[in-house]
Structures are given as structure tokens and as C-alpha cells.
Design a protein around this ligand. Structure first.
Ligand code: ACO
Length: 428
């Protein structure tokens, strides 16, 4: 017999099915609750609300597990590339050799921006935030492909493979162009024969005199960074993408909204905030001890710590902590910010305030130190997150576009004024 849950309200009982996920997660299916009882559920921040059924990513935050399409993140980080992981996340299986070559070629072939598109960048002030530029330009890129942006699900899906490869490619070109624009530097054309990360760094850092060639360690660290950001189930930006997609909007419009959602410091903006925090701790002469005290009294927030889902170590933070150490060693850099980060981590993990609240380092705690070592400017950190997250947004858009999802339209509990009447302006 299938499991049910009974909800009793005002002496009336209502029975609802219990849905089980493939990893044993349970949910009460309350879709008929309001029709049956007149009540809705209230869940500020959606901490107890399952907004969808999804096959893409599984997280068990209590023990620190993250799997894409069933494969642990540790295995992907050790053996796959970012593009291989992107394929897995989007299409649901690891690519065969042939599929990988085809996908990589499709991505590489889409790196260039059309000439008539470049002038759009001139419309931004040179100090425009690169996340604003990225969001606007992704939507603008869709304007060059009306066949992929019809807002007709069937038609948009006919062009899905091209659109997915194009976005994974162009997000990095747009990112590099916005950086060059902010520096007053001319744009650099992509090198179609270069691997994904190498081409990105070439578009960022090559000069007229010299093509930028990353060391194998730098290329590996950047690829790992992108891979570890590929997807993370129903976070703020991915839920936004699904929300926009649920209204029938095309892939470009939906991921553009995802970029905006990612921007905030409580989400993707945290990687920028972490490095700024570490720098200001360093500049103040503190080793992190005073900062921990300030975080406990609410005077400061320990950025890169805490997570809505992880109540244990974020497995990505573990991998990135080791990678930060490796890349700094390989470059022969001794970054005092890494020492402060290690000290903050140790102090927090031993402190009752953080232990009681189950606050552990999240993905952003060490990622900024890697980006800093590679030479990515701080203002671009959240853009790097967006490049990495593109496959997850695309995969989630696809689930909506090919599923039977209804438009996402939560309800609310109204707490405003009642029984008011219009007052003519002269009487106010
Ligand atoms: N530093 C100090 N105290 C914290 C922190 C932190 N980083 N995070 C949570 N707390 C405290 C809260 O003050 C609260 O304490 P209280 O119970 O005494 O009121 C308790 O821990 C629970 O925190 P909430 O804010 O309710 O947790 P929530 O799930 O809403 O927020 C969030 C999660 C936004 C990630 C939060 O932990 C935070 O602000 N962290 C710092 C920003 C950050 O690193 N964001 C990146 C997240 S990962 C990502 O999006 C890619």
C-alpha cells in the first residue's frame, strides 16, 4: 500500500500521498490542500518546499553528498573535464568519445561574437558591473537567433542542442569581452583550436604582443573551478531559471534571469565577498580571531560559511581547499589570505556558535583564492561562477521545457491593510 500523510485542520482530516525520491527522500504531495481545505502552506525561503521533481542533481546536505546524474562530485572532479560534466548534467549520461568530440567542437565553433554585436558593448559605461553586462548580453545574443528564442517550446526544443552549445561557449566570450571593455582593452578573437579554458584565458589576457598560454596547473585549476559549479539543484538562480522557463520563456531569457539571481552576495556574489573579507581582515592586522568574534555577535558575517542545504562540509569546498593550496604551490605564491582562510576555518569549526548552527565552509570559501591566483580580477569572480553554472541552468530549463510543469505561481498570505477607500488628492 502506498504511504500517505494525514493533515488535520480544525478537526477535519485530509489524506495526501507521500512521494519518494530515488534516494529515499520523502515529500507530502499537498497539491490538493487548498482546494480541499481552503488552507495553503507558508514556508518563507522555501526551506521545506519541493518545487519540482528533478533527475539532474542530488544533494544530501546532512552528510555532505553531491551527485550529478548519480555520479559523486569527487569522481567527476578527479576524472572528468568541465565540458564532459556539462554534457552529463545536460543530457543525463557521460558522453561517448564521439559525443564528447562533437560537443566540444560545437562549443568551440560558437565562441566568436558576430561583428555587428560588438558595438552593444559600447553602450555600457566602462565601469558597468560585468554581471549586469553578462545578463543583458546573454539576452541580446538570443536576438541574433530568432529560431532558438521563439518562446514556443516545441520550436525552441528543436534547436536546443545548438542553443546549449552556443550558450556554454558565448557566456565565456561575453565574460572576457566585458573584462576587456572595463580595462579599455581591445577585444581578442577566440582561438577555435584551443581547449575551453585555454581559449577563455586567451580572450581575457592575450595582448597584441603575446598570446596568453596558461600553465597546465592554471588550466587544470580553472577547469576544476567551472566543473565544481556546474549544477547545484534548486538554488536561488536555478529556481529563477525554472520560474522564468515555466512561463514559456526561451532558454536565453531564462539564463539571463539566472545571472541576475546569482549576482547577490548571499548567493554567487559570496565568492567576491569572501576575498574582500579576507583582504580586510589582513589589512586590519587580525589573523581572523577578532573576525570570528564579530561574526558571533552579528557585527560581521563569515562569508563563504553556512548553507541552506549543507549542514556538513560542502564537498566542493573540500576539493577547492586542496586545489587552492596546489595552485599556489605550483605558482610559488605565498598568499597570506590562504593562511587567514585556514585559520578562520579551524577556529569556526571548533567554536560552539558555528558548531551548534552547523555552519561549514561552502563552495565560495576557497574558490576566490583560486581565481585570485589565476589572475582573475575580483569583480569578475561571480561571472566565473555564472560560466560554470551555465550547464545546470540549461539542464533545468530543459526539464521544464520537456516536462508537464505548470507555470510557477506561488501564493501568499496577505498582511496588508483592509477596508481602505480611495481618497481624492486634495483631501490627503
Ligand atoms: N556567519 C555567521 N552566522 C551565520 C552565517 C555566517 N556565514 N550563516 C548563518 N549564520 C547564522 C545566522 O545568523 C542564524 O543564526 P541564529 O539562529 O542565531 O539567528 C543561523 O546561522 C542560521 O542562518 P540562516 O541565515 O537562517 O541560514 P539560511 O539558510 O537562511 O542562509 C546562507 C544560508 C544565506 C548561505 C547564510 O549561511 C549566509 O549568509 N552565508 C554567508 C554568505 C555565503 O557564503 N553565501 C554563499 C552560499 S553558497 C551559494 O549560494 C553558492
Amino acid at each position: 500500500m502506498s504511504e500517505t500523510a494525514t493533515i488535520t485542520i480544525d478537526g477535519n482530516s485530509y489524506e495526501y500521498p507521500v512521494i519518494s525520491g530515488t534516494e529515499g527522500e520523502k515529500a507530502i504531495d499537498v497539491r490538493k490542500l487548498r482546494a480541499d481545505s481552503g488552507y495553503i502552506t507558508y514556508d518563507d525561503g522555501y526551506g521545506n518546499t519541493g518545487s519540482c521533481l528533478s533527475d539532474i542533481t542530488f544533494i544530501n546536505g546532512e552528510v555532505g553528498i553531491l551527485r550529478h546524474r548519480g555520479i559523486p562530485i569527487e569522481e567527476l572532479a578527479g576524472q572528468a573535464s568541465f565540458l564532459g560534466t556539462a554534457f552529463l548534467v545536460i543530457y543525463g549520461h557521460l558522453p561517448s568519445q564521439e559525443e564528447y568530440v562533437h560537443f566540444s567542437q560545437q562549443v568551440a565553433g560558437n565562441a566568436a561574437m558576430p561583428d555587428d554585436f560588438r558595438h552593444h558593448f559600447n553602450g555600457f559605461p566602462s565601469d558597468a558591473h560585468p554581471m549586469a553586462v553578462l545578463s543583458a548580453m546573454l539576452n541580446a545574443a538570443g536576438c541574433c537567433h530568432s529560431e532558438m528564442t521563439s518562446n514556443d517550446r516545441e520550436q525552441d526544443m528543436e534547436h536546443f542542442d545548438q542553443a546549449a552549445a552556443l550558450l556554454i561557449s558565448k557566456v565565456r566570450t561575453i565574460a572576457a569581452m566585458s573584462y576587456r571593455m572595463s580595462q579599455g582593452l581591445p577585444f581578442v578573437a577566440p582561438r577555435l583550436d584551443a581547449p575551453y579554458v585555454d581559449d577563455f584565458l586567451h580572450m581575457m589576457f592575450s595582448t597584441e604582443e603575446k598570446d596568453y598560454e596558461p600553465t597546465p596547473e592554471i588550466a587544470k585549476a580553472m577547469d576544476l573551478f567551472f566543473l565544481l559549479h556546474a549544477d547545484h539543484e534548486q538554488n536561488c538562480s536555478t529556481s529563477t531559471v525554472r520560474m522564468v522557463a515555466s512561463g514559456g520563456a526561451n532558454l536565453f531569457a531564462s539564463v539571463s534571469a539566472g545571472v541576475s539571481a546569482l549576482w547577490g552576495p548571499l548567493h554567487g556574489g559570496a565568492n567576491t565577498a569572501v576575498v574582500k573579507m579576507l583582504q580586510s581582515i589582513h589589512d586590519s592586522g587580525d589573523d581572523g580571531s577578532q573576525f570570528i568574534e564579530d561574526a558571533k555577535t552579528g557585527k560581521a558575517r563569515l562569508m563563504g560559511f553556512g548553507h541552506r542545504v549543507y549542514k556538513n562540509y560542502d564537498p566542493r569546498a573540500k576539493i577547492l581547499g586542496g586545489a587552492a593550496e596546489e595552485i599556489l604551490n605550483s605558482l610559488g605564491h605565498d598568499d597570506p589570505l590562504l593562511d587567514i582562510a585556514r585559520h578562520l576555518e579551524k577556529a569556526a569549526l571548533e567554536d560552539e556558535y558555528f558548531v551548534k548552527r552547523k555552519l561549514y565552509p561552502n563552495v565560495d570559501f576557497y574558490s576566490g583564492l583560486i581565481l585570485k591566483a589565476v589572475g582573475i580580477p575580483v569583480e569578475m569572480f561571480t561571472v566565473m561562477f555564472a560560466i560554470g553554472r551555465m550547464p545546470g541552468w540549461i539542464a533545468n530549463w530543459r526539464e521544464i521545457a520537456t516536462g508537464s510543469s505548470r507555470i510557477h505561481r506561488p501564493r501568499q498570505v496577505y498582511t496588508g491593510k483592509v477596508d481602505q477607500h480611495f481618497v481624492p488628492v486634495e483631501e490627503r
